[in-house]
Design a protein around this ligand. Structure first.
Ligand SMILES: [Zn+2]
Length: 236
């Protein structure tokens, strides 16, 4: 889609939000606090990490000694069976890409206020394998990235990294082996676009860190000035 159509679409969406106030992303109930994405009761069942205001946090520590991460943060902690895991399920398996976009808009407002994220120039969503994206109809990380980009007033760059082949099941692999394996699935496409730029790599969930690690390691070859990372959720 052209940026012009995107702008028009998001403009219309904001107008609709005025006419029809947004509902809780998790339960579709009324939102009591303006500017929030969840109602009070759903919010009480989530745990925001607050990591965007902490330079040294457990998100960043996932990548210690592997990738230099200037700042990293997840919006929520992910608990199996909880509100956030239900949101992620809707986003990944129920076609609700709009939820990823709205969470991006919401989190972007917070990242924009964080000195740790100041200076970010480009947002790079972790690509899905083309076959999986075709099946799902979208890349949820790109939708989240678009929301972030809108709030942070920076650009999404989709054309610097792609995926080579389907990722194998990795349960039996150790962490370093897995990271190496993930590095092999990504391919750098237009390195000059990020050379000396401050980039923000975006994924949906941080679990072992292998995906973001692999993606960042490949992007590092292009010589970005700084790497930051953000996800919707991370495991406890
Ligand atoms: Zn709710």
């Amino acid at each position: 889609m052209s940026p012009w159509i995107d702008k028009l679409k998001y403009g219309l969406e904001s107008l609709l939000d005025l006419l029809y106030p947004p509902l809780c992303l998790a339960c579709s109930g009324r939102i009591e606090t303006s500017g929030d994405v969840l109602c009070l009761s759903c919010r009480s069942l989530t745990v925001p990490t607050g990591q965007h205001m902490q330079k040294d946090n457990e998100f960043v520590r996932h990548f210690e000694g592997r990738v230099p991460v200037a700042a990293g943060a997840a919006l929520y902690y992910y608990v199996s069976g909880g509100v956030v895991s239900a949101l992620i399920g809707q986003i990944k398996y129920r076609g609700r890409k709009d939820l990823a976009y709205k969470l991006g808009l919401y989190y972007g407002e917070q990242l924009r206020e964080s000195p740790l994220f100041h200076g970010t120039e480009l947002i790079i969503p972790v690509p899905l394998h083309p076959l999986r994206e075709k099946k799902r109809g979208y890349n949820q990380s790109l939708e989240f990235a678009r929301g972030l980009a809108e709030s942070m007033q920076i650009q999404v760059e989709e054309d610097v990294i792609g995926r080579k082949r389907h990722t194998e099941t990795q349960t039996a692999r150790d962490r370093s082996h897995r990271a190496q394996n993930m590095q092999d699935v990504f391919i750098l496409k237009n390195p000059e676009k990020i050379t000396n730029r401050q980039i923000l790599i975006v994924d949906d969930v941080l679990t072992t860190g292998a995906t973001l690690d692999g993606c960042a390691s490949v992007l590092l070859q292009a010589g970005p000035a700084q790497i930051r990372m953000a996800t919707i959720a991370m495991g406890y």
